[in-house]
Design a protein around this ligand. Sequence first.
Ligand code: COA
Length: 263
Amino acid sequence: MSEHIKIEKSAGVLTLVMARPEKKNALTDAMYKALADALEASDGDPETRVILIKGEGDMFTAGNDITDFAAANAASANATGAGAEGPRNVFRFIRALGAISKPLVAAVQGRAVGVGTTMLLHCDQVILADNAQLTTPFVNLALVPEAASSLLLPARIGHIRAFSMFALGEAVGAQDALAWGLASHVVPLDELNTTAEQIAVRLAKQPLGAVIATKRLMRDAGQIAERMEVESAEFTRRLASPEAQEAFMAFAQRRAPDFSKFS
Ligand code: COA
């Protein structure tokens, strides 16, 4: 359990709320664990027909907690500390996103950074508030894409746009996200929760067996899982790099990173 993940169940909809607004819902290992536990359990739970993911406060999530990244980097550097093998629960969460058979719906306001955006690639309906901004600034942090996004994002929006998002950290606004096929709906901010809940409840009333079979037919879960493993190995290597150390230190010191000394 994590105090920063709220879990509710009603009318066949399991709602998972990232609730750490004072840190912009940055995801810690404990939060990933709570999310992974809930997703893994949902497939066997007859009361869950749809999963709805939301964030509290003014943004969906600022992505992975960078303090946790820095700790994994430091542990790798001295190869003694706990966590030297890299983060665990984030990979569990990511794998669960790829493997889940029931439909996923997301309601996104403000920024969705990093995994905040890559998790949307696994959602079957994505409702954006008109102030939503999707970013995947992995390279800005000297990291690489995860959650099979190196496969799914270019497939969805094309190589050039995906590369701009990954390598330059360019933000995509709500209307572009809708036009590019990253979202199903864009609504005014004050209608976000109601719209997302209505869609989730509507989906929950559909015949679940047919919904699950349709989702399975539409995605190559094996290929997604394979890509996640390849990405995770690269991500763990990058996480331990001096470039990444500089990026995490710069974030902590609220300054721009200087990558010029690394070749
Ligand atoms: N990890 C850890 N802490 C984070 C965080 C993250 N990913 N994102 C935000 N926070 C913390 C800030 O350090 C700050 O903490 P403090 O109040 O103790 O100083 C608090 O959340 C509020 O963030 P702040 O930066 O003041 O909010 P903002 O509205 O000005 O900016 C962001 C929001 C998301 C643009 C900015 O916080 C940011 O760029 N975060 C990093 C995003 C990122 O790179 N994530 C990883 C992607 S792979």
